[in-house]
Unconditional design. Structure first.
Length: 295
């Protein structure tokens, strides 16, 4: 059995993973509140996958209301080694057409109302985030998306807005001037938290629309978005199946696996035992002694 365990976070339009061998649906508690829903875990081609729907069953959670910390924490508790995120995105470039897939390389965070870190009062950490996605995972995702029949673009920049409203035309044009390629509402703080949890993260954006910059198309039409999402969902499921099949049999270590070794700045003797207990999954290899009450 391979030592990969892929966590999948499904976005708008992808609420279930598809065929899994030995599938189980489990409720996983989190020290950071309630996750979006249960986690479905099982195998594809001998590789273990654990899936959570980012917006919950029936898409009941807006982007702001998603508990990103709980979702990442719950997947880490399941033992995942890497995260693959699937998200619906708007296009800020003519060449990224509705129906295309974009394997994101860079992120711009414009969210304002979300918990951004597992750390803080009692244990402070500053993880490096210059390159917020894992190139190895992204390469596997791009290859699998192509085999799934999608038109794939690699290396795009995603701007994350708070939402739930779509951007104004002035904002859309400003983001284009910044060099952003796609726009969405969920990649941040998800990618930040994945890094803090020492989980290599890849993001595949499924383009649903041209946002509102592209005149004379006018405003974003939700009906059109839902139609394209439905068309993309099956390709996304094929992508995930192909992703598992293409993984090397043995997972080589990533530098992200141990990023907290040099990120925590609070001296160990000053760590908060209470926060250490909450971090028993996210940073368990470092905080286990304090999490169990030892001083």
């Amino acid at each position: 059995m391979a030592d990969w365990h892929i966590g999948v976070i499904g976005g708008s339009g992808l609420y279930e993973l598809g065929a899994l061998e030995d599938a189980q649906e489990i409720d996983v508690g989190s020290a950071f509140g309630a996750p979006s829903g249960p986690i479905t875990t099982g195998y594809i081609g001998g590789v273990r996958f654990s899936f959570i729907a980012r917006h919950g069953a029936g898409h009941r959670l807006s982007p702001t209301m998603v508990n990103y910390r709980a979702n990442v924490d719950a997947l880490k508790r399941c033992g995942v080694t890497d995260l693959l995120a699937i998200s619906a995105v708007g296009s800020l470039k003519e060449k990224f057409a509705p129906g295309d897939f974009v394997v994101v390389q860079q992120l711009i965070d414009r969210t304002i109302s979300r918990e951004r870190s597992f750390f803080g009062d009692g244990i402070v950490a500053h993880v490096p985030l210059a390159d917020p996605v894992c190139p190895r995972m992204s390469k596997f995702a791009a290859k699998a998306a192509g085999k799934a029949g999608a038109q794939v673009h690699t290396g795009g920049t995603y701007v994350a807005i708070e939402g739930p409203q779509f951007s104004t035309r002035a904002e859309s044009n400003l983001f284009r001037e910044w060099g952003a390629d796609t726009i969405g509402m969920t990649a941040m703080p998800e990618a930040r938290l994945a890094r803090e949890a020492e989980l290599p993260y890849a993001l595949v954006g499924m383009v649903t629309d041209y946002d509102c910059w592209r005149e004379p198309d006018g405003d974003v039409d939700v009906a059109d978005i839902l139609r394209v999402m439905a068309e993309n969902a099956e390709k996304a499921r094929k992508l995930i199946a192909g992703f598992g099949a293409a993984l090397p049999k043995t997972r080589k270590a990533s530098s992200i696996d141990t990023v907290l070794d040099t990120a925590i700045v609070t001296p160990r003797e000053a760590w908060s035992p209470e926060l250490a207990r909450r971090l028993d999954a996210v940073a368990g290899r470092l905080v286990d002694p304090l999490a169990s009450g030892e001083e």
